[in-house]
Every structure is written in structure tokens, then in C-alpha cells.
Design a protein around this ligand. Sequence first.
Ligand SMILES: Nc1nc2c(ncn2[C@@H]2O[C@H](COP(=O)(O)OP(=O)(O)OP(=O)(O)O)[C@@H](O)[C@H]2O)c(=O)[nH]1
Length: 299
Amino acid sequence: MTLNKGDKLRNMDKRRGSMPFPLHLQNLHRRSMPVDDRELRSMPEAQPSLLRFSPAEEHRNSCVSDSSDSVISSGSDSDGQVYKVVLLGEHGVGKTSLARIFGGVEDSNDCEETGNTYDRSLVVDDEETSILLYDIWEQENSQWLNDQCMRMGDAYIIVYSVTDKSSFEKASELRIQLHRARQSENIPIILVGNKSDLVRSREVSVDEGSACAVVFDCKFIETSASLHHNVRDLFEGIVRQIRLRKDSKEENARRMANCKRRESISKKAKRFLGRMVARKNKKMAFRQKSKSCHDLSVL
Ligand SMILES: Nc1nc2c(ncn2[C@@H]2O[C@H](COP(=O)(O)OP(=O)(O)OP(=O)(O)O)[C@@H](O)[C@H]2O)c(=O)[nH]1
């Protein structure tokens, strides 16, 4: 997306809102936008306090969504942390359209007024999580900004258009770049094939999308921003992926703490054999992974 570098945006205050998909109340949308490199550099880290509503506003805006157990509401998440989710992808694949649905801004006439960052607290599975969604990826204008994007996210949504093969290839490149930038980290990534409504001009099949996700070890979903198809699932999915990794990190830390006593020889042997079997049986591992790449609620 092209960043708006106007003074108007520079001076705009951060606002936030909370509302279920779909949403038409533009004035409730909150944005905080890093409009150029300098601003992004000087931008303070998002604090949960920025995301709190006044009680009156909270009452007005909180609401339960119609079809699932998710709510987009105000307030901070249970651990007080705000997770940064970054949208990546080629020009025109629908990043902004997806972000605007998330942010509750759908009228394109409001383009000038909206920024590149959207925050929402989503209640998924009865738990609240605050998400700051960044739609600031630029293909060629700023290497610094792109490097920053690769480093700053707690989770990533890599979007391609199912009607544009080159955007699919670009998505693979982005996945590789991300892997290089964050090698040792197990970051949640969802590969998104957007514009699934354009059936006749499809150039990338569902199978190609999911095979790519399996190879690149990430989750996969097809969406249509135009029809709002699977958009809710996408954002709930990213929340679940963030939580799953957080939980498994905590679990690992707990396990490490408990594992002060020495492992028995038989346990070590079991672990070693387990690894050998997994390595030998790559086909099986591939099949297992490919089964789960569509399930955004498991690791
Ligand atoms: N049919 C269809 N059109 C879509 C969909 N999503 C986005 N579009 C259209 O595709 C065009 C580009 O969408 P954007 O959301 O601006 O794409 P972007 O990735 O943000 O593009 P840049 O800002 O150039 O990086 C717009 O005309 C959208 O209306 C979709 O799911 N289906």
C-alpha cells in the first residue's frame, strides 16, 4: 500500500474503536500511522494503555459477533500485551482491503482519512487479545521500512491474489526473506490467497496455495475481501496462532525449569529414536503438515 505522507496524517491522533465484522461505523476506527521512515523510527512502542477506551465509549462499542464465539471489543487483553501483526504482499493483492475490514473501515471514500495501522481487541475463545495490524509494506520505496517490517512483527499475514501468479511467487519470496530475517524465531505466519471470489480469472489453485504453505511451514487460508469470505477466520486464526506459540513457549520454559533433574538414559534413547523416525519418515511428516495447514487453530 502507498503510505500517505501528508501533514494531515502526520498530525492525526491515535484513535481506536471496537466492533464486529462487518462494520460501517467509520468514525470508530482507530489508526496510528507511521507515515514515513522518520516517523516510524520515532514512533513509541504500542502500549496497552493506548488501547483503552473510556467506560462510556467501551459500553457503546463492545458487542458480540453474530456467528462465532469471537468478539471485537475494547479493553486490554488478559496479559496486557499488544501483538503486532504485519501484512506483506505484492501491490494490489488486497492487503488494504483486508486491513480495512479488520479496522472496520470499508468505504473507499474514506481512504484519505484512514491510516496504515489498525488496532483492535479481539475476544476469541472467550479470551481477549489486542492486535495492532500494520498495512505499511512497500515494495520498492523504502528498504529501511521493509527491513523494519520484517523485524517488528509478532505475526505475519502474507497475501497474494489467486488471480495473479506473480503475486503468489512474490509471497514465496517474502516468506524466504522473513525466514532469513527471523531465523531462530518461530513466528506465526498465515499465507492468504485473496480474491477467491474471482473464480474465472483464478491463476493459483487451492492445492498450490496449501502446498506452498506446507513447504514454508505456515498456515493457509483463501479469502475474499470483497465478499468478506473467511476474513473473520483469518484474523481469529492469527490470534490463535499467536496464543499457541505463546503457550508453547511458556510450556517449554516450565518444562526446562522442571527438567533440572537429569533425564534417564531410557528417556534420552526414546527421544533420539523419535527424532530418527521423524527424519526418516519425511513423507508422513509432509502429509501430517498438509492436513493441518488449513487448520488455523492448531500449531
Ligand atoms: N474481486 C475482488 N477484488 C478485491 C479483493 N480484495 C481487494 N480487491 C480489489 O483489489 C484492488 C487492490 O486492493 P488493495 O486492498 O488496495 O490491495 P493492496 O494489496 O493494499 O495494494 P497496494 O496498496 O498497492 O499494496 C482494489 O480495487 C480492491 O477493491 C477481493 O477479495 N476480491
